[in-house]
Design a protein around this ligand. Structure first.
Ligand SMILES: *[C@@H]1O[C@H](CO)[C@@H](O)[C@H](O)[C@H]1NC(C)=O
Ligand SMILES: *[C@@H]1O[C@H](CO)[C@@H](O)[C@H](O)[C@H]1NC(C)=O
Ligand SMILES: *[C@@H]1O[C@H](CO)[C@@H](O)[C@H](O)[C@H]1NC(C)=O
Length: 126
């Protein structure tokens, strides 16, 4: 192989690595917003497990209200339990950090199940 061939090969390998890295980032569909703080605690927790339907996207909406009036949300976590590369997506559609409630919308990839575990922390927690 001549010098040109080698540099083209190097370029192709570089591109391949870049594409793989990008794909891996897309794969990481778990969502974590905010950070825990001292004195906060778990106010909502639950699992979402919806069977996949051929050719379709399955979805659900989940609401968490803090139990006390003066609590605010410090962290929202939606952890994807699904198979790598076939995971779903999670997005906050209402409320969220610093608020008294949060509404999450979760949806699957086509034909795939939706498997998430949800956790919401709020402060102050007694
Ligand atoms: C996802 O949820 C479906 C439907 O309840 C269940 O059959 C499947 O075992 C779950 N998969 C994982 C990885 O939790
Ligand atoms: C929240 O309310 C409780 C009692 O209702 C009170 O003791 C506490 O100081 C309040 N916390 C904040 C941060 O306002
Ligand atoms: C969420 O909180 C906002 C303001 O804090 C309130 O107006 C709204 O009614 C709450 N939504 C639900 C579904 O509880």
């Amino acid at each position: 192989m001549n010098g040109n061939g080698r540099s083209i090969l190097a370029l192709v390998c570089g591109l391949l690595v870049t594409v793989l890295v990008v794909l891996q980032q897309v794969d990481a569909t778990s969502l974590t917003l905010g950070t825990r703080r001292q004195g906060d605690g778990l106010v909502c927790a639950g699992d979402v497990n919806i069977r996949g339907r051929p050719g379709q996207i399955v979805s659900t909406t989940k609401l968490c209200n803090v139990p006390r009036r003066n609590q605010t949300i410090t962290q929202v976590r939606a952890l994807d339990l699904g198979v790598r590369g076939r995971g779903g997506y999670a997005s906050v559609v209402k409320g969220g950090l610093g608020r008294g409630n949060v509404t999450l919308y979760l949806w699957s990839q086509k034909s795939q199940p939706l498997n998430f575990t949800l956790q919401v922390y709020a402060w102050p927690y007694y």
